[in-house]
Design a protein around this ligand. Sequence first.
Ligand SMILES: C[S@@+](CC[C@H](N)C(=O)[O-])C[C@H]1O[C@@H](n2cnc3c(N)ncnc32)[C@H](O)[C@@H]1O
Length: 262
Amino acid sequence: MPHAELNTAVPHSARIYDYLLGGKDNFEADRAAAAEIVKSSPSLPISMRANRRYMTRVAGHLAAELGIRQFLDIGTGLPTSPNLHEVVQGVDPTARVVYVDNDPIVLTHARALLTSDPAGSTAYLDADLRDVAGILGSPELATLDPARPVSISLIAVLQFIIDEDEAHKIIDGLLAPFPAGSTLAISTVTAHNEQAVAGAKTYTARGIPAKARTDGEVTALFRGLQLLDPGVVLVNRWRPAVEDAEVEDYHVQMSGGVGVKR
Ligand SMILES: C[S@@+](CC[C@H](N)C(=O)[O-])C[C@H]1O[C@@H](n2cnc3c(N)ncnc32)[C@H](O)[C@@H]1O
C-alpha cells in the first residue's frame, strides 16, 4: 500500500502531534487543525506528553526487566528525544529497532532515528500499518532476528484504525511470525472524558478518521496475550515515574498496556 503523498495543505496526525509537543516540523494546515482540536480538547498537549513518557517507560521496562533486545515500533512519529532506540540502547547498546511510519515528513526526518549505537542497529521503513504483509516482508525487517522475541509497539496510532476487526487483524498478523516471549505495547485514545471523544470527532471532521475506545475494547486488543501488571490503565498510571504524579487523570486521554505472547 503506498504511503500518503506529502501535501502540506492537508493536516496530518504526525505533524499535529509534533506541533502540540512543541516541535517545528509542521505546516499551517496542521497548526490550524491543532488549534481547533485543542479548543474542543484543551488537555490534549498534557495527554500527549504523558503518552510520550509512557512510551519511554514501557521501552525501558521491556529492555531492562524482560530482556527484550528487538523492537518493531509502528507509528513512530517525528523524532522526539529520547527516541525509542535511545531508551533501549541505554539498557543494552546491541538492541535493534525498526521504525515504521507512513508520513512523508517523518520519512524526511528519519535520519534522526538512524543514530544507532554502533553495537546495535536501527532501520526506518516507510509503510502503512495496514499493510502487515508488506511490513513483515520488507528488507528492513532483516534487522530483526525472527527466532528471538520482538517487542511490537503501537503507541498513539491505533486511534486511527477505527474498525475493531481491522485492528485485531493487524495485531494478530504482526505478532504471528515472532516467538513466545514477544510483546505488544499499545496506547490509544480512550473515552474516559468528553475531551477525548470531542478530540477524536474533530480529527475525523478534519479528514483524519479517529476513535476513542472503551477500556474494554483496548483490553480486547490483547486477546491471547498475558497482560503485564497493571493491565490496561491510563498511560500516566502505567508504572508511573515521579513526573507523572503531577498529571491529573482527567487530563489524560489515552490508555495503554503491555501483553506477552505465550
Ligand atoms: C500521534 S503520533 C504518535 C507518535 C509516537 N508513537 C508517540 O507516541 O510519541 C501517530 C503517528 O502514527 C502515524 N500513523 C498514522 N496512521 C498510520 C498508518 N496507517 N500507518 C503508519 N503510521 C501511521 C502518524 O504518521 C504519526 O507519526
